[in-house]
Write a protein that binds this ligand. Structure first.
Ligand code: DGY
Length: 322
């Protein structure tokens, strides 16, 4: 039987590329140069499956023409880079990789939180620049997390995992906002309090961590008014999607001291990062590393492969996006 033709738009972990190359007629992006939207659109006509990532853009327009592709196996849990309605409307099945990156993304949120609270980036920069003048009682004092309140916006898998870590490791109190009810057993043991509005969370929390999907109604969910509610000592952590924060409003709020600091793993127009954010000492900035461990990236790749295998053998895909 002829093998199905599949395209991986970026370099994937070697073990998964090997598996897919054995089972499929796989085209690998060995140079790892991002593909243009036009090239991805053209690939839809040539391949049975296209496997994009968050670094690609798949707008409605590319699904208008005739296509050979039947499935988009997205390497990642977030899919706001794909116009899902247009893709599914054009008859494509779309899958993603939920669950396997929960722990690593929550770890990244905690990394940002700790680095920001304890001024770790700032301290490291000082030391590497040769400017450390030695220990002194008032040197680079940060904020103790124990006993502080963590506000989670979006209490799904990653929000819950972040809250659990913060509560267990630092004794943080947890308040959260979620659109729909969260089953009691999912949040058992951390005394987490559901608030009626996002504003309630922002007012109650010392640290706010965002865990909602990007795009749609969540674009600029954190606007200037909401950012101001975090307060001059408050910290904002984002490991979700850059567009959830109005980035220009965040820059202004940080500059004016209306918010204490921000730890960001995601940005509105990646890989662009505003120079103002880079110049500030009260920011911690990471290059979208949320799920970036060898184990997790391999798990993500295998999950895409499992979805393709199911699809092409006529079985229901395990992780459909609707
Ligand atoms: C995700 O899985 O959504 C991560 O942000 C990487 O794509």
């Amino acid at each position: 039987m002829t093998k199905k033709k599949i395209l991986l738009t970026r370099r994937w972990p070697e073990a998964v590329e090997k598996r897919l190359s054995e089972d499929y007629d796989a085209t690998l992006n060995t140079d790892d140069v991002p593909m243009t939207t036009e090239a991805i659109g053209a690939a839809l006509a040539d391949y049975d499956a296209v496997c994009p990532t968050v670094s690609d853009k798949l707008p409605a327009a590319i699904f208008n023409g005739g296509h050979r592709a039947q499935i988009l196996g997205n390497f990642g849990v977030g899919f706001n880079h794909i116009d899902i309605a247009a893709a599914t409307g054009a008859g494509l099945t779309v899958t993603n990789t939920p669950g396997v990156l929960t722990d690593c993304t929550a770890d990244t949120a905690l990394t940002l939180m700790l680095m920001l609270a304890r001024r770790a980036g700032e301290g490291e920069r000082e030391l590497r620049a040769g400017n450390w003048a030695g220990w002194r009682p008032t040197h680079m004092m940060g904020t103790r997390l124990r006993g502080k309140t963590l506000g989670i916006i979006g209490m799904g898998r990653i929000g819950i995992a972040t809250a659990r870590r913060a509560h267990a490791a630092f004794g943080m109190k947890v308040v959260f906002y979620n659109l729909i009810d969260v089953p009691e057993d999912h949040i058992a043991g951390m005394d987490a309090k559901r608030m009626d509005t996002i504003e309630d969370v922002l007012e109650a929390a010392d640290v706010v961590s965002l865990h909602v999907p990007g795009g749609g109604d969540n674009t600029h969910l954190m606007n200037a008014e909401r950012l101001a509610l975090i307060g001059p000592k408050g910290m904002l952590i984002n490991t979700a999607r850059g567009d959830v924060i109005d980035q220009a409003a965040l820059v202004a709020a940080l500059k004016d001291g209306r918010i204490g600091g921000a730890g960001l793993d995601v940005f509105e127009k990646e890989p662009e990062v505003p120079a103002e954010l880079i110049a500030m000492e009260n920011t911690v900035l990471l290059p979208h590393l949320g799920s970036a461990t060898t184990e997790t990236r391999e798990d993500m790749g295998h999950m895409v492969a499992d979805n393709l295998d199911a699809f092409f053998s006529g079985k229901p895909v395990p992780n459909p996006v609707s």
